[in-house]
Write a new protein. Structure first.
Length: 457
């Protein structure tokens, strides 16, 4: 498990039994394109590369079938491989874990190498629930339930229901308990009881473990929706605010035990390693860049095209504002975990939506607008500054896929854009109800694309 993927959202796609479809591979052509100067001096880029579109079978009823698909793009070689494709079971997540790729589908996990080859017998480090127990990597833990596993695989946090409470409204709702399981010893610890459950709610986040695995943030879903922070080793717990809906979810930096959480309308920054804490002069929700050295907001806004909307970037260590620019990160950042701002060796890059004079994704370099990708709906910045942009090209329908049917589904191309002005289209015909998931590997040499993707009600 990593970073933002611990935010649990109610998915439209409801996963069934584990099933692996046939894998295939193909190579895409990648041809740089020319850039067009505008009256504002900003280059507008449009892709001209022509990789073969993904074949989409159509049923006899005239509807387009959209299988759940995970593709791996090797940026250096310009190749694309389909790692997973199923018409019956949706892939719920895809991520890089060290030198391997993990795809989760139907309650199971598949492992691949960076070259796209399957790792036989490797089923990841997932949890399987048994009657009265949880099984992880072949070991059974009596009394435990499956939950979020820490990045170092030393801990698992899980919740259970224990009792009921009558609210002032007269509704009777369950009470929950939060537990920690130490995987090495099998020891379990109750860290909090009496957590009020909402009694049936949606769009709530689950426990979010820090990258160091030392801490876990979580909230009760009902009552006052208290938010807690627990140190795994000691069990020490404190309240750090309120809010359990997805936009309220705390955010961990990918490096160090640095945490952002909401206090009123402002984010609070805490560096748990040295005890530093401060309110930041920006609005919630906020996010860290990949390095953890920058904080930016808004990480999401109800209307990215609102008049006057801008994004503030601050130094996380000092709280000093280092840049402000027009536009905002894609509102789907909450669900896709996109990196809309990044401190790279060459400078600070931002990929924003709703900027003036850019009907698409605006790419900034050190505060100056450099590129506009027309019809881009989200930019995901890689470690070396290359930006993967999901660019909407139209819609098809009616369509159906694993556990969904829709009158219309959006169609995207995936472009790789440089601040210098070149763009390569590396995937075509990507169909998704929501912006497809795009995930960079730590080296910036490979990109995973998962589609169709849907989140929310």
């Amino acid at each position: 498990m990593n970073k933002l993927h611990h935010t649990f959202v109610a998915l439209v796609v409801m996963l069934a039994a584990f099933w692996l479809g046939a894998c295939s591979s193909k190579t895409s052509e990648t041809t740089p394109t020319a850039e067009t100067a505008t009256s504002t001096g900003v280059a507008t880029v449009a892709a001209t590369a022509t990789p073969a579109p993904t074949p989409l079978p159509t049923s006899t009823g005239g509807r387009t079938e959209v299988p759940s698909t995970v593709q791996l793009i090797d940026v250096r070689a310009g190749t694309l491989k389909t790692l997973y494709q199923s018409s019956s079971v949706a892939a719920s997540d895809a991520e890089f874990e060290g030198d391997r790729i993990t795809i989760r589908a139907g309650g199971g996990a598949l492992d691949f190498r960076l070259d796209g080859m399957a790792r036989p017998g490797q089923m990841g480090f997932d949890c399987r629930e048994l009657t009265g127990a949880a099984e992880i990597a072949g070991r059974t833990y009596a009394g435990a339930r499956c939950g979020a596993i820490s990045p170092d695989r030393a801990w698992m946090t899980y919740g259970i229901l224990a009792g009921e409470v009558t609210l002032p409204s007269g509704y009777v709702v369950p009470l929950g308990e939060q537990w920690l399981l130490e995987l090495g010893t099998g020891t379990t610890r109750l860290v909090h009881s009496g957590l009020v459950h909402c009694g049936g709610c949606d769009a709530r986040y689950g426990p979010i473990l820090s990258p160091s695995s030392r801490y876990v943030a979580y909230a009760e879903t009902g009552g006052s929706q208290r938010r807690f922070l627990t140190e795994a080793a000691s069990g020490a717990t404190r309240v750090i605010g309120n809010g359990s809906q997805t936009p309220d979810a705390p955010v961990w930096s990918l490096r160090g035990d640095r945490l952002l959480y909401r206090s009123g309308q402002q984010p609070v920054f805490e560096d748990l390693a040295n005890g530093a804490s401060r309110e930041l002069d920006m609005v919630w929700p906020a996010a860290f860049d990949r390095s953890g050295s920058l904080v930016y907001a808004p990480a999401w806004a109800p209307s990215p095209k609102s008049t006057g909307l801008s994004t503030t970037i601050a130094d996380s260590a000092t709280g000093r504002v280092v840049a402000m620019m027009d536009g905002a990160p894609s509102p789907w950042r909450l669900y896709t975990g996109s990196s809309a701002v990044a401190a790279t060796p060459s400078g600070v890059i931002a990929a924003l939506q709703g900027a003036p004079n850019c009907n698409g994704t605006a790419i900034y370099f050190d505060g100056a607008l450099r590129q506009c990708v027309t019809d881009g709906v989200e930019g995901q910045i890689g470690p070396d500054g290359l930006v993967a942009v999901a660019r909407k090209t139209g819609a098809v329908g009616p369509a159906f896929g694993p556990h969904f049917q829709t009158i219309s589904i959006d169609q995207f191309d995936i472009d790789l854009v440089t601040v210098g002005g070149t763009v390569q289209t590396v995937a075509r015909g990507v169909l998704s109800l929501q912006t497809p998931l795009m995930v960079w590997d730590p080296a910036g040499t490979h990109l995973l694309v998962l589609w169709p993707r849907s989140a929310g009600l």
